[in-house]
Write a protein that binds this ligand. Structure first.
Ligand SMILES: [Zn+2]
Length: 371
C-alpha cells in the first residue's frame, strides 16, 4: 500500500513535470476558459510573412510561436499585445525551407499573470527545395506555399494540395520542359502536340463577366480550403493571392513532396456552360510508359473519377462522361494522385453559392477516394 502510494506520487509528479516542460514557462497557466484561436491566413513573400487569425473573444493578447521544427523543440515567441489586433507582419525572415507557426490567446488573471488558451493547430510555410525530384526542371520557384493543419477532433491526417490555376507574374515569358525526360507532348491543349517546351504558367482565360479565370480560381480555392479544414483535411495552398512565384512544375513538385493528392482548379475556355470534368491521362502508350506517369496514371484517374462523382452528388453539372484526355505538365510530373479539375467554363456561374457546391462535392469525392 505504501509502495503503491509512493509510485502514485511519482507518476503524478512526472505527469505534472512533463506538462510543465512541454511548452510552458514556469508558472504559466493554461485554461479552457480562454478561447482557442486558429490561423486564417499565412503568406510568405520573400522575407516577409503575414499571419492572420480568428478573434478569441475576451482575450488581452496573443502569443505566436515560431520554429523550424514541427514539434517546436526550439522556438521563438512573438507577443501580440492588443486583443483586437488580428494580424501581424514579420519582416526579415531569412530562413529557407519550412517554418512552423502556432498561436494562442491569453488574458490576465486577477493576480495580473497571463492565463493562456490551448495552442491552435499549426501552420507551415514551405519554400521550394532544390533537392526535390525534378527540381531542376522548374524555372520559377522563389515562392512559398502554406500548409494549414486541421484543428479539432475530426482530423483525417491527409493533406490535400489546392492549386488555384494561373497567377504567376512573368510566367508567360518563361518556358519549362513539358515532360521530365524532355520528350514531346502527345496531345494538344494550351500547348500544341509535338512541343517539348510549354509556357511556365499561362495567363488563363477571362470569364464572360470579365473576371479573370485566375481570380475566380483563387476565390474557389479559398472556399475549398475552408471546407476541407472543416472536414478534417490539412490543406497545402499553392497560391493565396494574385501572384505566387511557383511555375507549374514547381507547384507539382511541391504537391508531390508536401501532400497526399493534388487538385488544380480551372475554368475552361469554352462559352457553353458545359459542366465540370477532369483532365485524364491520355490513352497513348508511349506517354503511359513514361516515368512518373507510368507509376501513377491509374491513381490520377481514380482521384478524378471520385471528384467528379462527388461533385455530381452535390448537384454540380458534369460534362459528358466527366473527363477529357490531355497531356499536361501537371500530370507529367506528378508522383501523388493528381488532377486538373475544370469546374466549369467562361459561361458558368461562379458565385459564392456555386463555389460552395463545388467545394462540398470535392470533399465528398475525397472522402470516397481516401476511404
Ligand atoms: Zn486555366
Amino acid at each position: 500500500m505504501r509502495l503503491f502510494r509512493k509510485i502514485s506520487v511519482f507518476v503524478l509528479c512526472c505527469v505534472l513535470l512533463c506538462g510543465a516542460f512541454e511548452d510552458l514557462p514556469a508558472g504559466a497557466a493554461v485554461s479552457n476558459d480562454v478561447p482557442v484561436t486558429q490561423f486564417t491566413e499565412g503568406i510568405r513573400t520573400g522575407n516577409t510573412v503575414t499571419l492572420k487569425w480568428e478573434a478569441a473573444t475576451g482575450c488581452d493578447g496573443y502569443q505566436i510561436r515560431i520554429s523550424t521544427d514541427k514539434k517546436f523543440k526550439a522556438f521563438k515567441n512573438r507577443p501580440i499585445k492588443y486583443g483586437d489586433k488580428l494580424f501581424t507582419t514579420i519582416t526579415g525572415v531569412t530562413e529557407g525551407g519550412k517554418l512552423y507557426y502556432k498561436i494562442r490567446a491569453y488574458r490576465f488573471g486577477d493576480d495580473g499573470k497571463k492565463i493562456y488558451s490551448k495552442w491552435s493547430a499549426k501552420l507551415c510555410i514551405a519554400g521550394f527545395d532544390s533537392s526535390y525530384e525534378f527540381a531542376s526542371n522548374s524555372k520559377i520557384n522563389s515562392g512559398y506555399a502554406t500548409i494549414y493543419y486541421a484543428a479539432g477532433d475530426r482530423k483525417k491526417k491527409k493533406t490535400v494540395c489546392v492549386n488555384a490555376g494561373h497567377g504567376t507574374k512573368g510566367g508567360t515569358s518563361v518556358s519549362t520542359l513539358c515532360h521530365p525526360d524532355g520528350t514531346a507532348k502527345v496531345t494538344g491543349g494550351t500547348t500544341s502536340a509535338g512541343s517539348t517546351y510549354a509556357t511556365a504558367v499561362s495567363g488563363g482565360t477571362s470569364l464572360n463577366d470579365g473576371s479573370s479565370e485566375a481570380s475566380v480560381n483563387l476565390k474557389l480555392a479559398l472556399a475549398l480550403k475552408d471546407e476541407l479544414l472543416k472536414n478534417g483535411y490539412n490543406v497545402l495552398m499553392i497560391r493565396q493571392n494574385d501572384d505566387v512565384q511557383l511555375d507549374n512544375v514547381a507547384r507539382t513538385i511541391m504537391a508531390n513532396n508536401l501532400s497526399d493528392c493534388h487538385i488544380a482548379l480551372h475554368y475552361d475556355s469554352t462559352s457553353t456552360d458545359k459542366g465540370a470534368f477532369y483532365i485524364s491521362v491520355p490513352d497513348v502508350s508511349s506517354y503511359r510508359k513514361m516515368y512518373p506517369v507510368s507509376e501513377h496514371y491509374k491513381e490520377h484517374d481514380e482521384l478524378g473519377k471520385a471528384l467528379v462523382n462527388g461533385m455530381k452528388s452535390a448537384g454540380v453539372k458534369i460534362y459528358g462522361s466527366g473527363y477529357m484526355g490531355i497531356d499536361l505538365t501537371q500530370t507529367s510530373y506528378s508522383t501523388v494522385p493528381s488532377v486538373d479539375l475544370e469546374v466549369g467554363d467562361k459561361a458558368s456561374d461562379h458565385s459564392a453559392a456555386a463555389h460552395a457546391k463545388i467545394a462540398e462535392g470535392i470533399v465528398k469525392g475525397l472522402d470516397e477516394f481516401f476511404k
